[in-house]
Design a protein around this ligand. Sequence first.
Ligand SMILES: C[S@@+](CC[C@H](N)C(=O)[O-])C[C@H]1O[C@@H](n2cnc3c(N)ncnc32)[C@H](O)[C@@H]1O
Length: 551
Amino acid sequence: MSATSASAYDEVIYPSAIYPQTHPDRLATIAHLMGLGPAAVSGARVIELGCGDGANLITMAFGLPGSQFHGVDLAGEPIRKGNQLIHTLGLTNVSLRQLDLLETPADLGRFDFIIAHGLYSWVPAPARDKILALCGAHLADQGVAYVSYNAYPGNHLRDIVRHMMRFHVQNFSAPMEKVRQARALVKFAADAKPNPGLWQNVLKQQSERVSRYTDAGFFHDDLSAINQPFYFHEFMEQAAVHGLQYLSEADLPEMLGEGFGAEVTAMLRQLDSANVIVREQYLDFLKGRSFRQTLLCRRDTKLDRALKPERALALLAVAETRLVKPDAVISSSATEDFAGPRGAVIGTSHPVVKAALVHLGNVFPQAVPVQDLVHLARERCSGPVHSTKASGSSSKSPGHAAGEAMAPGPPREVSFASDAADLAEFLVRTCAMGFVELYTHAPPFTTHISEKPVASALARCQIQQGEVISTLRHQTYKVEGLLSQTLLRLLDGTHDHAALLRILGELLRSGAATITREGQPLANLAEAEAMLPSQLEENLRRLARAGVLVA
Ligand SMILES: C[S@@+](CC[C@H](N)C(=O)[O-])C[C@H]1O[C@@H](n2cnc3c(N)ncnc32)[C@H](O)[C@@H]1O
């Protein structure tokens, strides 16, 4: 297909999205942990194949002004939309081009990071081969490629409904009618029996999956003529043809074989050292995996997948964590539990690890260099009795903060090197579990709420188009309600808190915006006005915590 011909993605626009797991920093961190020497993300060359409207790439380019980003996509309309945003933002380090990847010029040069999200399974065989050929030919020596694809065996379940739906919609021509009919068929089949057996239960599970999709995403992902899943070993055989080897999954916790019985765990451990491809394939059989986000590097690159803890010492750590018992004395050797993301709880008795987690929790989402964290945590362990109240998300100070009771424990005569090794081991182990995050680079946001706050120009630009914005943590963030949306538009550094209150108050009084309590709009204007100052501070705190403020 030529770049100028109409594409299905021009007819039905694919939902704009950003993917934290494709960010060069994620790829660089994993590469670093596995013994590669990836390019610094602050000065890298990055290309995204099938970039859609470039939302993913533009957000990266905005946060990494010293790096160069290139995007290609067959569809013209999304590329036009992306280029408009680039122009509005005045970005000079990102370019998007309408191009069939089969026609990419040979002189593209080398890239430190190549990204192909949501592409491999949805293109014909020659284009699939071209994706891997481009990675093989254009990846820098220590470069990392990200390729996602639908995987077997898990996708067999999705195939079942896909084939049913495609049969059912073949005589409808309007895309949204196809979507409506396909959804209706799956639901009809899933609900066909009052006492569902295995078959209806599979259909019910698929019906729920389908119901979570946007119409446009569902149209392309499930109803497209091509949606080809692969077994992991098949994908890796194709990658090897182009001189590529397996590095890791972009989602490290996906590589864990947790929750299995002793026999399975022992088998996986045995396979671990023998053959990573075989181990990963068996893990897919055991988990019923249906989607993979595989990182590849050049075959001749030396790597060591052992996740050596000392490698964490060159990184930065982030952790959204808190002490389960806020009054716990962290400098003692008692085991304390820390709550983390997605309900995870991890216990540790190591005073320096506890102090480090308390600090990370207090400054979240700021990234702290691991070396600094060792110093800070050691200071805290030998510090005086200290217990303070919450300092809020605006705290920039490394001082003691919420949820931390210090007590003069026995004098610690442990060397810096020993504490550093213990903390690094903990960070690497729990990063692989998704409890803490490691980075090579701190994104340019601040958690400090200044007198005249400034939100990123990207977020201020996006809020003119809709309610979903990109944060500098490379995540999407939904700004709900006219009051919050207006606030974000006003955060250009020219309004102090009093001015913000005045303008938002006028908006309230005009009746255009309301304040909600427990999901219900407040009918009483005086009550709503009284709540405005606390709403403003809460809104600013949320934006700061999401990584939207830059000053
Ligand atoms: C499923 S969408 C994924 C978009 C985006 N990467 C994402 O994950 O949100 C697939 C994208 O690949 C693009 N595409 C399909 N075939 C292509 C080709 N031969 N060359 C370049 N882009 C192509 C489509 O236009 C579409 O934007």
